[in-house]
Design a protein around this ligand. Structure first.
Ligand SMILES: [Ca+2]
Length: 339
């Protein structure tokens, strides 16, 4: 059918998308718990004519946040003129996604009542680092679809391989395998606007850091001199296949120290304690790199906290020298450590 229509099917345009994951920070609360969730809402539009003529588009745009999830999208077409045929070339980033199934829509299909028997959409995962889904439908002359008309072409099922933001690309590159709508004469192309689909593949995290308040320090929202700080990262979707979490920190814009966070399976948390800092330190910065089981990293933004200095004689770290400090000193009066 493709040859009869004179449609030249060549190769796909390469598109590259950076596998970027999100660890987004909301303003810190007084309790020093930082809620860093990045949550997208599912686009629940179904069976709607989303765009005016003449257009091809993908529904739904959605947000998913775990590896292994499967979801479906549908390619829509809305054309003013009479239509004889249509080719769909849907490109996807195979680093993020794998197309597992695809077929022509069985209800609401643009060519419903006009269909020729067409082979199933072709799923290809080998083109220049991209995946593609190629489909073609048309009418046998003199049959055609009377415009204006809207309907669906294909549905495609994808599985999430790694997290990151990904475009479902309805390419119209003329030099490549492309999308096209063909007039009833089987020759002329009808112009239309393609609207790419979008999948936000995000990771939900909660990152918090808190002073550890070693005795005799009182509880505080602030990290004081010589006080270690515990950092906790909670991945809310445990099916996200984290294999390791690197931790980087530095003080006063010095050299970065690199270490790994420890996974606490009981609390399903990643933990690390930053050592206490000396009186000469003013700021500690850190960021986190989370690696999944295929080596894709999610990098957080860089967080920081100040080292709060204490007045001389403030033994319990409440930023004032008073009777409580005297009591603390009296309680330990006579204790000595000989080097
Ligand atoms: Ca005090």
């Amino acid at each position: 059918m493709v040859d009869r229509r004179g449609v030249i099917i060549s190769v796909l345009t390469m598109f590259c998308l950076t596998a970027t994951l999100f660890l987004t920070r909301l303003p810190a609360s007084q309790s020093e718990v930082k809620n860093n969730m990045h949550v997208g809402a599912l686009d629940t539009r179904k069976s709607t004519v989303l765009y005016a003529t003449d257009a091809m588009w993908i529904e739904p745009n959605l947000s998913v946040n775990w590896v292994g999830l499967r979801f479906n999208v549908t390619v829509w077409l809305n054309i003013t003129e009479d239509v004889g045929g249509c080719q769909v070339a849907l490109l996807y980033n195979r680093t993020h996604l794998m197309c597992t199934r695809a077929n022509y829509t069985s209800t609401g299909n643009y060519f419903e009542g006009h269909d020729l028997i067409m082979p199933k959409p072709v799923i290809d995962t080998s083109y220049l680092g991209n995946g593609s889904v190629l489909a073609y439908e048309d009418c046998w002359p003199p049959d055609f679809v009377v415009g204006p008309h809207s309907g669906t072409m294909i549905w495609a099922e994808f599985e999430v391989l790694t997290l990151g933001n990904s475009t479902l690309d309805l390419t119209t590159e003329t030099s490549t395998l492309n999308n096209c709508v063909i007039a009833p004469d089987g020759i002329h192309l009808i112009s239309f606007t393609p609207h790419d689909g979008y999948v936000m593949l995000s990771i939900d995290t909660l990152i918090s850091w808190n002073p550890t308040c070693p005795r005799p320090y009182v509880p505080s929202n602030y990290t004081r001199v010589n006080e270690p700080t515990q950092v906790i990262m909670n991945i809310s979707q445990t099916v996200y296949n984290l294999s390791s979490v690197l931790f980087h920190y530095r003080v006063d814009a010095g050299e970065w120290w690199n270490t790994t966070m420890t996974y606490n399976s009981t609390g399903q948390l990643w933990e690390l304690t930053i050592p206490g800092q000396s009186n000469s330190t003013s700021t500690v910065e850190f960021f986190i790199e989370a690696y999944d089981n295929v080596g894709i990293a999610a990098t957080s933004e860089t967080f920081s906290y100040p080292i709060k200095h204490l007045p001389v004689g403030d033994l319990n770290g409440d930023f004032k020298v008073d009777g409580k400090d005297i009591a603390t000193a009296a309680l330990h009066y006579g204790e000595a450590i000989f080097p």
